[in-house]
Design a protein around this ligand. Structure first.
Ligand code: NAD
Length: 504
């Protein structure tokens, strides 16, 4: 798949192709910063044609709980590129997050947030940092599948998929190659989540050799996040799953001192959406005070995405030169510094005057360093034999002594499938648990087939039938147990597809 990026040959020859872009002017400061941004894009010669769409507060208040007009979907699907100013989500229940709706319905799987220090013009302790966080955008705990299972226990499902991992990890490597980046760091927590984060890590190791010129490293997210905060200059591109990415992208923006200046991209197989990371700032709306830099930086990413990297660099470098010259909107103006405070449109004018200039102190933008191409191979699903070998039955049981429930459940096994263990919040409590383990009303009871080779490590199990599971559930029900959920245990190609209990 090609993510809307023109071929590098076309890019080099500067073919005068015009790209139509769906433009949402947003709410609050949205229209002001969009006007400034579009003026800069036009002056720089960006080969785009805006087609304006309606979404945000007015659409919500007109009774559309999704916040986006039906006609806007048509324009988005036709143009496939969206430049969006921030919107105001009205207070109160019943309004769905437009950002989540757009991300999920348009398949925008990659969230890309580049963050660079602008020291000494914007204060930061890390003058050389220049990091791109690439966050998976559709899966993980954000699938939003949550349940209350017992009086005392709620759960949220963490879903990680192989096609999802392949897409985001390939995207990170392709991004590095497209924009001349040198290193990709993968952040996971697979010392704890061996299957879910383990899959992300494994796919990273599988794909990395296809990009031999790019240095790679894998870090556990906790120490990775700490090092990103302490030494962000040691990182280049970081790829991670949804929740970790949400957290670390805010950490790096904060460390750079540029939360108000950063842009981001939400990229899908066919459609991509570009926006500032800040909100609609209703407190300063209509006062010509807003800084258009976040949206402008998003527009710069959009130009690179549609194959106009030279124009992207031209705008970015003019913007850097403007900052160096001390031209500042109120949010980055510091009294006593050699700065001139200006309004939104005057800031845009200052950038336009500097188009063609290079920054003298700050590192110039060089998006044209890479090949400008992002190609994501289609996922190929291999045929793997799946064998049913057992079941985890979750029970709501108000007792507190694992021996009592354990001995009752021991009676329900048979020659082909037996109770292997009981865990409470993942910790083994039967057989031979620790007396100190606190037990809730939520018991995971693992019934598993007899082993093919009891000495083998890891053991391989005999296949069982689904009817055997149904019969077990029926016996549990008749014995008075409250079955709240079951999770089948499978082997895939002879490999165990479930984690062991802690202490198993
Ligand atoms: P906000 O980012 O709008 O504002 C936080 C603070 O930063 C305010 O003091 C504001 O004046 C300032 N600020 C933000 N952008 C600025 C800019 N470009 N120039 C100068 N100052 C700027 O966050 P908030 O106040 O929490 O949210 C306001 C509204 O924006 C809410 O309705 C929220 O739902 C929405 N929001 C939208 C998006 C989006 O559309 N992507 C993102 C975040 C928040």
């Amino acid at each position: 798949m090609q993510l809307g990026i023109k071929s590098s040959r076309e890019q080099r020859s500067g073919t005068e192709q015009i790209t139509k872009v769906a433009v949402a002017q947003g709410d609050g400061i949205g229209p002001e910063i969009m006007k400034a941004t579009l003026a800069i894009l036009k002056a720089a010669g960006a080969r785009i044609e805006p087609e304006f769409i309606e979404l945000g507060e007015r659409v919500y208040l007109a009774g559309n709980s999704a916040g986006i007009a039906e006609e806007s979907w048509e324009v988005i699907k036709r143009n496939k590129v969206i430049l969006k100013a921030p919107i105001t989500t009205p207070q109160g229940k019943g309004y769905k997050s437009l950002n989540v709706t757009l991300r999920k319905s348009l398949g925008l799987f990659a969230n890309v947030r580049p963050v660079r220090a602008l020291d000494p013009f914007v204060a930061t302790g890390h003058p050389t940092m220049d990091v791109v966080i690439i966050r998976e955008n559709e899966e993980d705990l954000y699938a939003g599948i949550e349940h209350q299972q017992t009086q005392d226990v709620v759960q949220c499902l963490k879903l990680i998929t192989r096609p999802g991992c392949e897409k985001i990890i390939r995207y990170a490597f392709e991004y590095a190659r497209a924009y001349g980046r040198k290193k990709v760091t993968c952040m996971v927590k697979d010392n704890i989540m061996k299957l879910t984060d383990g899959l992300f890590h494994q796919v990273f190791q599988e794909i990395a050799p296809e990009y031999p010129e790019i240095e790679t490293e894998v870090q556990i997210i906790d120490i990775g996040a700490a090092r990103l905060a302490a030494h962000p200059e040691r990182y280049d591109v970081v790829v991670t799953s949804n929740l970790y990415g949400d957290i670390i992208s805010d950490i790096v923006a904060e460390v750079a001192g540029s939360v108000g200046l950063a842009g981001s991209a939400n990229v899908g197989k066919e459609i991509a959406l570009f926006e500032a990371i800040h909100g609609s700032a209703p407190d300063i709306a209509g006062r010509e005070m807003a800084n258009p830099s976040g949206l402008l930086n998003a527009a710069v990413m959009m130009l690179a995405h549609i194959g106009q990297s030279e124009i992207a660099d031209k705008i970015k470098n003019a913007w850097l030169a403007t900052i160096e010259d001390g031209i500042a909107t109120a949010d980055i103006y510091r009294a006593g510094q050699r700065q001139q405070k200006v309004g939104t449109q005057a800031f845009a004018e200052a950038i336009i005057e500097r188009l063609g200039s290079q920054p003298q102190q700050l590192k110039a933008s060089r998006m044209t360093l890479g090949n400008g191409l992002i190609n994501i191979k289609a996922y190929e699903r291999p045929a793997v034999r799946k064998t049913l070998v057992g079941v985890d039955v979750f029970l709501d049981w108000p007792g507190s002594d694992p021996q009592i429930i354990g001995q009752q459940l021991d009676q329900l096994g048979d020659a082909k499938m037996k109770l292997k263990m009981i865990t409470n919040r993942g910790v083994k409590v039967y057989p031979k648990g620790q007396a100190y383990t606190y037990c809730t009303d939520h018991w995971r009871c693992r019934f598993i087939a007899t082993e093919v080779a009891p000495q083998a490590s890891p053991p391989m199990y005999r296949e069982i039938t689904f009817e055997r599971l149904l019969s077990l559930l029926s016996k549990l029900h008749q014995a008075g147990f409250d079955v709240i959920k079951t999770e089948n245990l499978y082997e895939f190609g002879g490999r165990r597809g479930f984690s062991l209990g802690q202490g198993e």
